[in-house]
Design a binder for this molecule. Structure first.
Ligand SMILES: [Zn+2]
Length: 79
């Protein structure tokens, strides 16, 4: 390989929001990489249908738009 033209390719510890952690190699500059979904919790690999909300994104969306729980039940009483 040519010198000084390649990025550093080092071990990186990847930590998923589900708690799974593994080590891979990457040119990523930091030692720790946080991800939201991995092969341990993604529905494709688990075979389960579920909302992938391990990082609390659905809750944050509901708070942002003032929604509480599953909004469909509320609509009947209002109209
Ligand atoms: Zn995961």
């Amino acid at each position: 390989m040519k010198q000084d033209i390649h990025p550093a390719y080092t071990d990186v510890k990847v930590t998923c929001a589900c708690g799974n952690a593994f080590v891979t190699r990457s040119t990523y500059e930091k030692d720790n990489l946080h991800i939201e979904v991995c092969s341990k919790c993604h529905p494709f690999y688990t075979g389960k249908q579920k909302i992938v909300d391990t990082a609390g994104r659905v809750d944050r969306f509901r708070q942002k738009y003032g929604m509480k729980g599953k909004g469909k039940a509320e609509d009947k009483s209002k109209s």
